[in-house]
Design a protein around this ligand. Structure first.
Ligand code: 5GP
Ligand code: MN
Length: 335
């Protein structure tokens, strides 16, 4: 990204749209809102548009109440996209990840700016800040503001938004992508007013009894394939319904498998009858690339150690397909 040109672009007031990937997570919402507050304080018009709904535990992040959801408010979202001079796409790098917004984004004449930390970016954006070594898009927003010499403009609100995404994308500062720089950024965010204890509580202490019971079902369904160092969980639509499933309830479940001693590759398969798909989350430790595994077999992608994908087969056929692929990875997994 040519930061001088971006700085130049931002010297006059612009109509800006900020958007992130479908099924937005803490990093998607946190980075979008952090950038939104920053651009507003520079004197721009800014609208955050998310492709669809997101979990309740994200519905307190400063500015969240102004987010336009494309799937719920399509005409408004479409007119905002049409009017935009600049469109920031955050926490994704393939326009198809924006779900139903894809065609509106494609037909826009706006200048596109991508800020993202996923692998293998498409080249739809004039300005690309893509760095797969980054813990999170939120950390990149911090560095983006830093490059523009505006660290002093990071308010408590902005610091809070950025903290959320770093925390959620690093599994609370434990994944490999968490560097000493990440910790220095986080320390600065606390100095700037992010209330770290409160943020952890707002995101993680939001269980309901039915979510805990769904967790019980997931743990009961956990299977281990020791010969491949693999663990997986499946959840049927029926099991979700019986436990009053709400969006976000299965967040983090895929990590149960990975917490077993010796397991290097974990998966969860979640039936979604409405969309007619099985949603898949994949996690690994070490050298095994779930990004490539997902691209090759499940129409997905993501990061080296965390990726997602989908399947149009039934739940049990999807699990069978997964198990049938494993022998060709036996050597890599047992390395
Ligand atoms: P999760 O398993 O938490 O949904 O996603 C893990 C990572 O993979 C996230 O960074 C997410 O953006 C990415 N991801 C999830 N699903 C998909 C998908 O269907 N396609 C691609 N390209 N990336 C995905
Ligand atoms: Mn992210």
């Amino acid at each position: 990204m040519n930061i001088k040109e971006v700085k130049e672009l931002l010297t006059t007031p612009k109509n800006i749209v900020i958007t992130a990937h479908k099924n937005p997570d803490g990093d998607a919402i946190g980075s979008s809102l952090a950038l939104h507050h920053y651009l507003l304080s520079l004197g721009h018009q800014s609208t955050v548009i998310m492709p669809n709904e997101y979990p309740d535990f994200l519905k307190w992040i400063p500015g969240e109440e102004h987010i336009v959801k494309f799937s719920l408010d399509t005409p408004l979202a479409q007119s905002k996209i049409k009017e935009a001079d600049l469109i920031f796409t955050l926490d994704f790098n393939l326009l198809s990840r924006s779900g139903e917004m894809e065609n509106d984004l494609k037909s826009s004449n706006a200048v596109f700016l991508m800020i993202d930390h996923h692998q293998q970016p498409d080249d739809y954006a004039k300005f690309m800040f893509s760095d797969t070594t980054m813990s999170s898009t939120c950390q990149m927003i911090y560095h983006f503001i830093e490059k523009l010499d505006h660290l002093d403009m990071i308010s408590a609100e902005i610091a809070t938004c950025i903290y959320v995404g770093i925390m959620t994308d690093t599994g609370s500062f434990r994944f490999r992508s968490t560097t000493s720089t990440t910790h220095r950024v986080v320390a600065d965010l606390i100095d700037k007013g992010a209330d770290n204890t409160k943020i952890h509580e707002n995101i993680y202490d939001t269980n309901t009894i039915s979510r805990l019971q769904l967790k019980g079902v997931a743990l009961n369904n956990l299977r281990v394939l020791p010969e491949y160092q693999v663990a997986y969980i499946s959840l049927s639509q029926k099991e979700l319904d019986q436990n009053k499933f709400k969006k976000g309830d299965t967040e983090g479940f895929v990590n149960f498998g990975l917490s077993i001693d010796g397991i290097k590759f974990a998966a969860i398969f979640i039936e979604n009858k409405k969309d007619g798909i099985i949603k898949i989350s994949l996690r690994s430790k070490g050298d095994f690339s779930v990004n490539e595994f997902s691209r090759d077999h499940f129409e997905g992608g993501g990061h080296h150690n965390a990726a997602g994908g989908k399947s149009n087969l039934s739940l049990s056929d999807t699990v069978d397909k997964f198990i049938s692929i494993l022998p060709s990875y036996k050597n890599v997994l047992n390395q």
